[in-house]
Design a protein around this ligand. Structure first.
Ligand code: TA6
Length: 298
């Protein structure tokens, strides 16, 4: 399979395919500007670093690479629902797209020196059992000076569908107690820990305990200031009016088998999403695009 992928989609100086953890196939991007890694499982970006920069994404050292479950860290694709299923708790949290193997649809060497790969997922008997709708899901990842991810949902059926989604991005943080998120000031948010709506975020979001919030508001750049690392991570988005911010803190870290007990100190999730009441309804034949563009400044 790896040989066929390299024959069909390998691009010298940009993308090649290799076996990864758990024997799972992955695309390795290496160009003049950056290194990145994308598993076909879940179309899951597991690594991104501009050349000369420390890794931008956090990947759990205890992550499990097996079919049917999500890799912990990087950018899991939450789709077609965010959080627990609306009515059936036996269905997987955050939907099924991150638990399944996707197909490579295209690779491209871009004029600016960045590299692009498009993966796609369509319905099968497993997805239809969980969500009785046909669909085509495309994820285009472009790695260069920045990382851009474009998740396009196509309603290929003849009924309207309601979609929840998130680019559930785990960022690498030098010290969470010295980090803050700017760009959410004044936003209303749903506190997932108390199920309370809080009217406004006073100032930057800081972290001294578990934080699990869905912020609502028009898409603006979110900036993660990692003071200890002396850098800022910019997260721009389109197609989203909800941003999820999550740090599990110590108790949740210890409760997750694929997450180091102290892992919360060095990670933070800021997730462009269609979550809460920002779910999107697609008429037959319609499509919706959710994007995240990540860049680093000193
Ligand atoms: O994005 C925040 C969240 O919804 C949290 O509530 C937590 O459950 C996190 O996602 C991770 O979920 P997962 O299913 O990947 O363990």
């Amino acid at each position: 399979m790896i040989d066929r992928l390299n024959e069909q989609y390998g691009l010298h100086g940009h993308v090649h395919f290799a076996g990864g953890r758990g024997g799972m196939p992955r695309a390795l991007i290496a160009n003049d500007h950056a290194d990145a890694e994308v598993y076909l499982h879940g179309a899951h970006v597991t690594a991104f670093a501009p050349r000369g920069e420390a890794p931008v994404l956090w990947l759990s050292p205890d992550a499990v690479f097996t079919s049917g479950r999500a890799i912990r860290g990087g950018v899991p694709i939450v789709w077609p629902w965010f959080g627990p299923h609306g009515s059936d708790s036996t269905k997987p949290q955050h939907g099924f797209a991150r638990n399944l193997q996707w197909q490579v649809a295209a690779t491209r060497a871009c004029a600016d020196g960045s590299s692009e790969i498009t993966l796609e997922l369509t319905e099968n008997e497993h997805t239809l059992a969980l969500w009785p709708h046909p669909f085509r899901l495309e994820h285009t990842v472009r790695a260069g000076r920045g990382l851009s991810m474009v998740l396009t949902s196509h309603n290929t059926g003849d009924e309207p569908v309601s979609l929840g989604a998130a680019l559930h991005s785990y960022f690498s943080i030098a010290d969470i107690t010295q980090a803050r998120v700017e760009g959410l000031e004044e936003c209303t948010y749903l506190d997932q820990l108390t199920s309370r709506i809080v009217k406004r975020q006073p100032g930057p979001v800081t972290f001294d305990r578990e934080v699990d919030r869905i912020y609502f508001g028009a898409p603006r750049d979110r900036v993660i200031v990692d003071a200890t690392a002396g850098r800022a991570v910019h997260v721009a988005t389109t197609g989203s009016r909800s941003t999820v911010v999550w740090n599990p803190w110590v108790d949740k870290s210890r409760a997750m088998a694929d997450f180091p007990d102290e892992g919360y100190r060095n990670m933070l999730c800021v997730e462009p999403a269609n979550a809460g009441d920002d779910v999107r309804v697609l008429a037959p034949g319609e499509h919706h695009t959710l994007t995240a563009t990540i860049s680093i400044t000193p």
